[in-house]
Design a protein around this ligand. Structure first.
Ligand code: AHG
Ligand code: MN
Ligand code: MN
Length: 317
């Protein structure tokens, strides 16, 4: 750990980007509270329970999805800079402050299927200029980040000038981890939900088959596989040691654009990845260049070590 805390970091950011600093500070306050809530002894049974409602994307809402969303909405409502809040858990944008200069988009609780399995889950956020409206390309982002609630509670954040990693201390402060966050260009580890393999398009099947063929195959080296089922957890690992994450389109009903949502999952992750020297693509174009048609639009997502993402793109899609 270095002497830098998130509070000091945000004070530095506030000089040029006061709206970004105030928004990240509010989100960090929610993350501290969520981390404590998730760790409470009674949380598993309570928070992993399905509420009987569904979000706009048709996912069953767990109690923690809704609690996290409500905590974020309340925290952002207290920040005059925030014009609107876009959430996985809300059908439409929540208008907050007319004169606000930023829009905050969030996946309040990522990895909901893991809430009651003691596996890392998280919160994803994206901060955009209010002038661009609700549906703007990720290239416009002013900041983005992921909180991970796991063995450690951590934050990866970028405000457009590199990626910074913080860890929550017992003092309730996020402390800089002293980690120069750069995405290794090479990897021999892929992350994909292999149970969907019969539904994949041919190029995806060929790419994975070549990885599985290992040193005897065309890649001439062995590959490992990891799949957590929480984007933030697979993402954190890939930032730490490299890797390639794939959630491609597949032939299942409703998966013609994969599973992940552009505005509050793929786009903020792509900004972080790009800022760390990695690559994030839908298989054909850079995620950051895609202009959303709708708030909950899905997008095929491949991100991670730049050379491996480029290798995957060569297989076609
Ligand atoms: P969310 O819990 O916000 O809906 O996100 C879950 C996403 C993402 O975190 C993860 O990578 C992916 O869903 C896992 O999908 P499968 O369950 O189909 O493997
Ligand atoms: Mn998610
Ligand atoms: Mn979610």
């Amino acid at each position: 750990m270095t002497a830098l805390t998130l509070t000091k970091f945000l004070t530095q950011i506030a000089a040029d980007q006061p709206a970004v600093a105030a928004s990240v500070r509010a989100l960090a306050g929610v993350a501290v509270e969520l981390s404590a809530t998730i760790a409470r002894p009674d949380s598993t049974a309570q928070l992993g329970a399905v509420r009987g409602s569904a979000n706009a994307d048709g996912d069953d809402q767990k109690k923690l999805d809704v609690l996290a969303d409500e905590m974020i909405a309340t925290a952002l409502a207290a920040v005059d800079h925030v014009a609107a809040y876009l959430s996985e858990e809300r059908d439409a944008a929540i208008q907050l402050h007319d004169g606000g200069d930023v829009i905050v988009a969030s996946d309040p609780l990522d990895g909901s299927s893991n809430i009651d399995t003691n596996v890392s889950i998280g919160t994803i956020f994206s901060i955009l200029p209010a002038s661009g409206g609700s549906l703007q390309p990720g290239r416009n982002q002013l900041a983005s980040g992921i909180f991970v609630y796991g063995p450690q509670t951590t934050l990866l954040v970028t405000c457009g000038d590199g990626v910074f990693a913080f860890q929550l201390g017992t003092d309730g402060q996020f402390h800089d981890m002293g980690w120069q966050v750069r995405m290794p260009a090479e990897t021999s580890e892929f992350a994909i939900n292999a149970s969907n393999s019969r539904h994949w398009a041919a190029p995806v099947s060929r790419y994975i088959a070549d990885c599985l063929a290992g040193s005897a195959g065309p890649r001439q080296r062995n590959f490992n596989m990891r799949w957590v089922g929480s984007l933030v957890a697979d993402g954190w690992r890939i930032f730490r040691r490299g890797g390639i994450f794939l959630y491609p389109a597949d032939a299942r009903d409703g998966y013609d654009n994969g599973r992940l949502r552009l505005v509050y999952e793929a786009s903020p992750m792509a900004f972080l990845v790009t800022q760390a020297g990695g690559r994030a693509s839908d298989g054909q174009q850079d995620i950051l260049d895609i202009v959303p048609d709708a708030l909950h639009q899905r997008v095929p997502l491949v991100f991670g070590s730049a050379n491996e993402v480029d290798e995957f793109v060569k297989y076609g899609s």
